[in-house]
Write a protein that binds this ligand. Structure first.
Ligand code: AMP
Length: 990
């Protein structure tokens, strides 16, 4: 540079320059600098046009760092137009550009000798372009930003020297639309030093506010514009619900108006601008919580950042439990469980558990199971049982359970439960009781239908009550005239589920109610049924009123007799039924009813035994049968239990008799013969045949399942556990089954307790049907001199002697079954040999009464064992006698400690007179128990008087372990006592 006179002046100006440049303006952190001339130490190389105009000059700042400036001072010449253009400036994100100029400008007056062309301003321009353009400056393409003037050009210093003042001017351009731009400075004749040019735009720099990160944001294009920015939550934080974080970036690059926020997630808490995990042993369950908390009681965690604490072993948290509460456990069992039985209703009462598990939501639930006797299996009670107030969710410590079955074994578990009981996998704790219900009267007869209404009679029919609770022996029909004031009742009894009530008035409204009777007594009467009899007909009687006209009765009987005759002749061919009149006498009420009974057909009469099977037994599809387990062994193969599910019916438990593989045709025929017989029977005390499978293998006979198996084993297992009424109830059932069979003309030949099956309700059913093979199959059967095998101990004399098997010989066997039942499965005639038994029977010896056997029952046994079969009672009479006993339980009472067995002529024929013996050994010999003579002597029983005082415990203490022998001896002692009483008229104190 050549220093002209003006230039020299300029040098002074230059010397001052550095002083002002470095006044140290703090860098504004919101600015993004696009151009800063000061920062460049090499030449700027801006375009100057004309080249003689603006000059690039180097200077130093206060740190002696070189800076680049441009100067122009063509004040002496008129018409100046000197352009200086920057390099191309790429604008980046900027919309609003700030241009900061620092310059000095000399006032024209201070310049010696300047003419009027001297100026004190310059012009600032810009040109937008997308790319760099050439070095030529086309003035017309520039847009003027402003005319820039100095605030002051020189100021007077304190010492009178002239100081140059550095001017700073900022201009804003925008919004810009192209990628970049040029700035241009137009000098029109001033003396200017352009000390620095800074071009920048403003940004709001990334910050974290309320746990949200806001990114770098370029300000808006307008001075007033606010740019809304969404924040991003920092790690492990989440937006607060409906309150997402936002901020606004102002034109000045400042963040304004924060809205919403982020919060630390569950398991994390805030530390400064970050979220940190909760430490071990601490948790934070929700983002809403501010702080981590220590794990509550019985819980722990061993990891950082937990939102909850895990429960210790054996402790749980219910779903509804907040994380902040202690873990808890199921309660202990309820205490002091007490019960009270009233027939078929059981009340339970208990006290709360000792440990509630740490909770206060303890309730109780009752688990009811009904258990079979043998095998002992328990099943849920089902929905028929009632619980008051309810079965579960009980808050009080008592419950009443109703509608249980009579004579059934139940187990009740009372469990205390709380909110975590269902989560616990530990063993349930409960208090339990096992209860056997006693007998209960039958439930109501709820549905009564009027079958026929006449002038003087009404015929009704009804369904058996839903819960018979035993075998229904009869129904009582109560009726009265509806409009009669004093309501005098009449009753009629019926053995079946229908009855005709006679002797009614015509055109009269009657009300009928029915109740059922079992060993447990009468049930309650069912709902009232109103029936109005027909009007009296004026013409000749068309309806026979048998009850009013004895002549008509005879006529009816005559007609009926004819019908019977016809049936008897053709019965076999047409209906295989035989019909007859029965006169039922029930406590004074006489009822004449017409009974029809099917006749049993011997399957052997069929030429094709297969036809017989399919005539009487339903062919079942094997796929309906599910075999579950083996329960016994029959002659032809295994006996299994299982389920039968017929289409459209509920599945039922069944016993399945199978025919083993490799059978002969005869075996198959014999096997299916039982089904052909059983299939003809339909009675509640005869085992029911479900069907057969003959068209597949194995060949099967499917029978109703009898849970308690055969009666003899069942009684032996439950020795002494039943009441006399229960035992008589069983006997009554067997007798009813036998009455039905004998009515059908079927002779069983092998009636014995082992051939009676017992179901879970203690209902006994006659089973084991067949022809000769039944006997062959029976291990008790032995060959007799008359040929064929016979179960001697159960068989009547005439059947042993000349094979005369009749219903009367079945009655004999029934008497033996009675003895088996009353002695809980004792073997008849104990261990006497078959030969001795035959001999003893022939000589008139009969089994003595079992222990505690009511005399009336033993008498009935003796009657069954009458030598002359015509003297034996019929099954129908036996049922009647047993029914009377059940209705009058007093007749079944046995005096305590004695057997009041009467001195029966039948028995006494051969019962030794024990009072005639002097020695204990003599007595033992007489009853064939001499093997125990030493036992008696050793225990000091030397006289018969001392023996007569013995109790069963005394007998057992002698070391006599065989139950049969104990009973035999005890029975003889009781007889001896009775004989002494008879002889001396004095009682023996026991
Ligand atoms: P059986 O061939 O009839 O003598 O039967 C053999 C064994 O199977 C019997 O002693 C019973 O224990 C058992 N049994 C037979 N039928 C049934 C049934 N219907 N229900 C339960 N068990 C049965």
């Amino acid at each position: 540079m050549v220093c002209t006179s003006v230039s020299c002046l300029w040098t002074i100006f230059c010397l001052h320059l550095c002083f002002y440049v470095n006044t140290g303006i703090a860098q504004n952190t919101r600015e993004v600098i696009l151009l800063d001339s000061k920062a460049q130490q090499t030449e700027l190389e801006w375009i100057s046009s004309p080249p003689s105009g603006w000059e690039e000059i180097s200077g130093l700042d206060e740190n002696y760092t070189p800076i680049r400036t441009y100067q122009v001072c063509q004040v002496m010449e008129p018409n100046q137009n000197n352009w200086l253009r920057t390099n191309w400036i790429e604008k980046g994100d900027a919309q609003r550009i700030f241009v900061e100029l620092k310059f000095t400008l000399r006032d024209c007056n201070s310049l010696p000798g300047v003419v009027g062309s001297c100026k004190e301003t310059f012009n600032l321009y810009y040109q937008e372009t997308d790319v760099e353009v050439g070095r030529n400056i086309r003035e017309s393409q520039y847009v003027k930003i402003d005319t820039i003037a100095a605030d002051e050009s020189f100021t007077q210093g304190d010492l009178g020297e002239r100081k140059m003042k550095l001017n700073t001017e900022v201009r804003i351009i925008g919004p810009l639309s192209r990628r970049g731009f040029y700035l241009a400075f137009q000098d029109v004749g001033a003396c200017i030093a352009l000390v620095s040019v800074k071009v920048y735009y403003k940004k709001c720099w990334s910050i974290i506010e309320n746990l949200a990160t806001f990114p770098d944001t370029v300000t808006g294009s307008e001075f007033s514009s606010l740019v809304e920015v969404e924040g991003m939550c920092v790690n492990d934080a989440e937006e607060e619900a409906d309150n997402s974080p936002k901020m606004h970036c102002s034109a000045e690059g400042e963040w304004l108006v924060p809205i919403g926020k982020c919060i630390c997630k569950a398991g994390f808490h805030q530390k400064g601008d970050a979220c940190e995990p909760c430490g071990r042993g601490f948790y934070k369950s929700s983002s809403q919580d501010l702080q981590c908390s220590r794990c509550p009681a019985h819980s722990y965690n061993d990891r950082e950042g937990s939102w909850r604490c895990d429960c210790e072993d054996g402790y749980y948290r219910a779903l509804s439990d907040p994380a902040s509460v202690a873990c808890t456990r199921p309660p202990s069992a309820p205490q002091n469980l007490l019960y009270n039985i009233n027939h078929t209703t059981v009340s339970l009462e208990w006290t709360p558990p000792a440990d509630t598990g740490g909770r206060n939501d303890v309730t109780y639930r009752i688990i009811c199971r009904r258990c079979t006797w043998e095998p002992e299996e328990c099943f849920p009670c089902g929905s028929n049982v009632g619980f008051s107030p309810q079965q579960s969710g009980l808050t009080d410590t008592y419950v009443t359970i109703t509608d249980l079955l009579a004579h059934a074994n139940y187990t009740f578990e009372v469990e205390a439960v709380n909110g975590v009981s269902d989560l616990s996998r530990t063993q349930r704790l409960f208090a339990a009781v096992s209860i056997a219900t006693s007998q209960a009267a039958p439930s109501q007869v709820s549905e009564v239908i009027k079958e026929r209404v006449q002038q003087h009679s009404v015929q009704l029919s009804w369904q058996e009550p839903e819960q018979p609770n035993g075998v229904i022996t009869e129904y009582e029909i109560k009726y009265y005239e509806k409009d009669q004031k004093d309501r005098i009742y009449s009753t009629v009894k019926s053995k079946s589920t229908s009855a005709t009530v006679n002797n009614l008035k015509p055109s009269t409204a009657y009300v009928f109610q029915i109740r059922a009777f079992t060993a447990a007594g009468y049930g309650t009467f069912g709902p009232r049924l109103e029936v109005t009899t027909k009007e009296e007909s004026t013409g000749s009687a068309t309806v026979i009123s048998s009850e009013q006209n004895p002549v008509i009765i005879i006529a009816v009987v005559a007609v009926a007799g004819t019908i019977i005759l016809v049936f008897m002749v053709f019965g076999f061919i047409i209906g295989r039924r035989h019909c007859g009149y029965s006169k039922a006498d029930q406590e004074g009420d006489e009822e004449l009813y017409f009974q029809c009974t099917k006749t049993y057909i011997d399957p052997e009469t069929y030429e094709d035994p297969n036809r017989a099977v399919h005539q009487f037994a339903k062919e079942l599809d094997a796929s309906c049968i599910k075999i579950e387990r083996v329960i016994g062994a029959g002659e032809f193969g295994e006996v299994c239990s299982g389920r039968l599910k017929l289409p459209g019916k509920r599945d039922v438990s069944v016993a399945i008799k199978t025919l083993k593989v490799g059978y002969t045709e005869k075996q198959r025929r014999d096997f299916l013969c039982e089904a052909s017989i059983m299939g003809q029977f339909d009675h509640p005390n005869v085992v029911h045949l479900e069907g057969v499978v003959t068209r597949g293998k194995p060949v099967m006979i499917v029978i109703e399942y009898m849970e308690n198996g055969s009666l003899d084993a069942f009684l032996r297992k439950h020795d002494g556990q039943f009441t006399v009424i229960q035992l008589v109830g069983m006997l009554r059932g067997i007798a009813a089954g036998m009455r039905y069979l004998s009515d059908m003309g079927y002779v069983h030949r092998d009636l014995a307790a082992r051939n009676i099956l017992v179901n879970s309700n203690l209902v006994c059913k006659v089973s084991d049907f067949g022809l000769s093979r039944v006997i062959d199959d029976d291990p008790e059967a032995v060959y007799t001199t008359t040929g064929g095998k016979i179960p001697v101990r159960w068989t009547a004399m005439e059947a042993i002697q000349y094979r005369k098997f009749t219903s009367a010989s079945d009655v004999w066997s029934y008497g033996i079954v009675m003895w088996e039942v009353m002695s809980y499965g004792e073997r008849p005639y104990w261990d006497m040999s078959n030969q001795d038994v035959i001999k003893a029977i022939e000589e008139g010896y009969r089994l003595p009464a079992p222990m505690d056997c009511p005399p009336g029952l033993h008498q009935l046994m003796l009657d069954c064992w009458q030598k002359d079969r015509a003297d034996r009672p019929k099954f129908d009479q036996i049922v009647g006698i047993l029914d009377k006993m059940i209705r009058n339980p007093n007749t079944l009472k046995t005096p305590m400690g004695t057997c009041t067995r009467p001195i029966s002529p039948l028995l006494d024929q051969n019962t030794p007179d024990f009072t005639s013996f002097r020695l204990v050994s003599e007595w033992l010999q007489a009853i064939k128990m001499e093997r125990y003579a030493d036992n008696f002597t050793a225990a000091g029983y030397s006289s018969l008087e001392s023996v007569a005082r013995m109790t069963i415990e005394d007998v057992m203490s002698l070391g006599i372990s065989l139950v049969g022998h104990q009973k035999k001896i005890m029975s003889s002692i009781q007889t001896m006592r009775a004989q002494m009483l008879h002889l001396h008229g004095t009682g023996i104190q026991v």
